[in-house]
Design a protein around this ligand. Structure first.
Ligand SMILES: CC(=O)[C@@H](O)[C@H](O)COP(=O)(O)O
Ligand SMILES: NCC(=O)COP(=O)(O)O
Length: 263
């Protein structure tokens, strides 16, 4: 069975899927009209390298992912039937239009306001329950799994199940910050307790925000049942840095070819 399509305790039987968030590729692309770096090419290369999912977070101001990217990626992913398409955003802003037209595998509901620089908090229950419920029901009637972006608070997991969501995405920025400061034991314990509570409720567990190569292994080793991590900012930064050597060599070769032509 495709581990991306399982929920709850099934996660214990599979490993964690990596879904690459391409927002930051689009952010650089949007600074000129040349189409580079290409979001489609980035997706293709990530999938050829083994990534199991693609994530985008089309914000209403289109600062990075634009509407056409969401649709172009949906077309591309038809060639990758095992790959999960995860679209994130605020269902009270622009997200639901994409969910209705694209019907991705997963919709991740995030309570961002339009002025936020990036996502910085999860949903709050019971306050958000009544307005979320009809949209969760609609997603499920479309065959789209719903994940709710949540802070690491175990007591909130029962309410997530009651409102009908399939998964939670644990908002990991506090862990990442504590890890960078070298003092993360207490914060990590809150994520462990929240994942345990989610699994007890029969929810699937995703995680994301500021995860990176330095903090990921310890997080996944400690937190049970994480089915998917979505990673963008650090991963795209790493892809740049890991690519400098080959890129510089290619440019130097181009320069040397010109010198030879003149000689
Ligand atoms: C929902 C979440 O965790 C965010 O990380 C988001 O997907 C990233 O958005 P930006 O790339 O706009 O910061
Ligand atoms: N859901 C989190 C995500 O998609 C990527 O977050 P980040 O790695 O860009 O912080």
């Amino acid at each position: 069975m495709n581990p991306l399509l399982t929920t709850g305790l099934d996660a214990h039987r599979g490993s964690t899927a990596l879904s690459v968030n391409l927002n930051k590729v689009a952010l650089v692309r949007n600074t000129r009209h040349l189409g580079i770096p290409s979001v489609m090419r980035a997706a293709q290369l990530c999938l050829e390298a083994g990534a199991q999912g693609i994530t985008v977070h089309p914000r209403p101001d289109e600062r990075h992912i634009r509407a056409h990217d969401v649709h172009d990626l949906a077309e591309l992913l038809k060639q990758w039937p095992q790959v999960e398409y995860n679209i994130e955003g605020n269902p009270f802003h622009n997200l639901m239009d994409f969910i209705r037209t694209v019907k991705p595998h997963q919709a991740t509901f995030v309570p961002d306001d339009t002025a936020q620089a990036t996502s910085d908090h999860g949903w709050t229950f019971p306050q958000d329950a009544a307005r979320l419920k009809p949209l969760i029901d609609e997603c499920k009637s479309l065959g789209v799994r719903v994940s709710l972006f949540m802070d690491p608070i175990p007591e909130q997991m029962a309410a997530v199940r009651e409102v009908g969501a399939d998964r939670v995405e644990l908002y990991t920025e506090t862990y990442a910050r504590a890890h960078a400061a070298g003092d993360h034991a207490q914060v990590l314990a809150a994520f462990v307790a929240t994942a345990q509570a989610a699994l007890r409720e029969g929810l699937g567990v995703n995680a994301g925000h500021d995860l990176n190569r330095a903090n990921l292994t310890e997080f996944l080793a400690a937190v049970p049942g994480v089915q998917e991590v979505s990673i963008g900012h650090a991963l795209i930064a790493d892809a740049l840095e890991l690519g400098y050597t080959q890129t510089i060599q290619d440019y130097l070769r181009a320069i040397h070819r010109a010198a030879k032509t003149k000689a």
